[in-house]
Design a protein around this ligand. Structure first.
Ligand code: 13P
Length: 260
């Protein structure tokens, strides 16, 4: 057993308006509360679009729900003439605790490279947000460089050049497994998580190596337990399946599927 609290993160991507967000957060909380979910034992965080955050936060506060809030991105800048951007300070005012940084869709469609990701990690720490740094290889990179090379380089680049490291989470999401129905095997996820942890240890020391490492890519209630059976995998980052309260609740309740 490790002392790392499992983290179940739901990335809604560009889905659901603020009214739909309220309905989903409500249903998810009720479903988990009905199941007596212990949020201290397994953390559950949702990552709605920016326009939903205020509604979700108001609901979570009013109902004293234990679900936590995350954002899907933040600007690397503190403020100023950056039309369309959202700052870390704006997010932390909304009680956002986590922020995704360097998701493969941001890297692919918005040209975010490792340097931007590194600056966004710094911006998150400036504002007391915990960055979930997303790393992963494309199918081509998998074939030419092997399974861990790209995730390791992306991890090291995101964390290099900071005076001190704040808390962070790494999410290993093989690009070829995102939204494709193709899932890495539990063994592959475990091997890459192990390799990332070794790189964290070698480059940044013990505390960094004890950070949580998640797997993401076509995770569902019926395959989550396999990933979390590994001591190296501390949670999952879920896309499509996080839009369904029953399914995401089933993923959050993964422990009941694990035979020890
Ligand atoms: P899917 O679970 O839909 O494959 O998405 C994974 C993901 O990108 C989560 O950030």
């Amino acid at each position: 057993m490790t002392n790392r609290t499992p983290l179940i993160a739901g990335n809604w991507k560009m889905n659901l308006d603020h009214l739909q967000a309220i309905a989903l957060v409500q249903k998810l909380s009720w479903t988990l509360n009905d199941a007596d979910h212990d949020f201290g034992e397994v953390e559950v965080v949702v990552f709605p679009p920016f326009t939903d955050l205020r509604s979700a936060q108001t609901l979570i506060d009013a109902e004293k729900f234990e679900i936590k809030l995350g954002a899907q991105d933040l600007s690397q800048h503190a403020s100023g003439a950056y039309t369309g951007e959202i700052s870390g300070q704006m997010l932390s005012k909304l009680n956002v605790e986590y922020v995704l940084v360097g998701h493969s869709e941001r890297r692919t469609y918005h040209a975010e490279d490792d340097s931007v990701v590194q600056q966004k990690v710094a911006a998150a720490w400036e504002n007391n947000l915990i960055p979930i740094i997303c790393v992963g290889e494309t199918l081509e990179e998998l074939e030419t460089q092997g399974q861990s090379a790209v995730p390791i380089i992306q991890t090291i680049n995101a964390l290099s050049g900071h005076k001190v490291l704040g808390d962070f989470v790494i999410a290993y999401e093989p690009v070829w497994a995102i939204g494709t129905g193709k899932v890495a095997t539990a063994q592959e996820a475990s091997e890459v998580a192990t390799a990332i942890r070794k790189a964290l240890q070698a480059n940044f020391g013990d505390d960094a190596a004890n950070s949580r490492i998640l797997y993401g890519g076509s995770v569902k209630a019926n395959n989550v337990a396999g990933f979390l059976q590994s001591e190296q995998v501390d949670g999952v980052l879920v896309g499509g399946a996080s839009l369904d309260a029953e399914e995401f609740s089933g993923i959050s309740r993964f422990k009941k599927h694990i035979v020890l």
